[in-house]
Design a protein around this ligand. Structure first.
Ligand code: ZN
Length: 221
């Protein structure tokens, strides 16, 4: 049995509501007995349960939203501000990210869509640059979120790149691009593969280490 908050007044009928803390509030006429209130509550238990679960989920989202307070972009952590008055869902002025006030699930979606656009704008042309410069021909490029990979290169030389990499420093993005491009000629991680990567990017080890140490931060969204 749920212990309700009972507000007695001169009203004529019983009413139930769930407050912002997901607690049950009963508004009751003075003459209605506690047993009658209990009976009324048990009749409405399905509705109460549904409503309470919804509000509890929203409360949890609010807590999560507060946890997203910073955004990683090109290797730098920027503060994230929530602004109710914003019309555009997200903006970045070079110092601060501003997002209109919405739940954490939406913040995550908005950020991901922003990250994807920036990745296409910034990283994809670099794939073309390295491909031309080093004569490493690929077939198609696809940009998507991948749970476990930063990039991949298929047997048909189609390259997939994980746009969450836009949170990493540009050197790291370049390393993943070079890594996948070298797979167009070496389909393994043999010594020859790594030699080729090194001729294109002599300090690739730094980028590889950065990803190993910080990769989890790119997957938290
Ligand atoms: Zn590889």
């Amino acid at each position: 049995m749920i212990t309700p908050q009972i507000i007695r007044s001169n009203r004529k009928t019983l009413s139930l509501s769930i407050n912002e803390n997901a607690d049950l509030v009963v508004r009751a006429p003075h003459r209605v007995s506690y047993d009658e209130i209990k009976k009324f509550i048990s009749e409405k238990s399905a509705w109460i349960d549904k409503k309470q679960r919804l509000i509890k989920a929203q409360l949890k989202e609010k807590v999560n939203a507060n946890l997203i307070s910073q955004c990683l972009y090109l290797g730098t952590l920027y503060p994230l501000k929530i602004d109710n008055n914003r019309v555009e869902p997200i903006s970045f002025n070079g110092h601060i990210f501003t997002i209109a006030n919405i739940n954490s699930e939406k913040i995550s979606l908005i950020l991901k869509s922003w990250y994807k656009k920036r990745f296409i704008e910034i990283a994809v042309p670099r794939l073309g640059y390295f491909s031309n410069k080093h004569q490493l021909k690929f077939n198609q490029i696809r940009v998507k979120e991948q749970k476990t990979l930063w990039g991949s290169c298929s047997s048909k030389n189609n390259i997939n790149l994980n746009y969450l990499l836009i949170m990493a420093p540009i050197k790291v993005i370049d390393y993943v691009i070079v890594h996948e491009l070298v797979h167009t000629i070496h389909k393994n991680h043999s010594a020859k593969f790594w030699q080729k990567v090194e001729t294109i990017m002599p300090n690739y080890e730094d980028a590889r280490c950065w990803l190993k140490d910080n990769g989890y931060k790119l997957r938290r969204l």
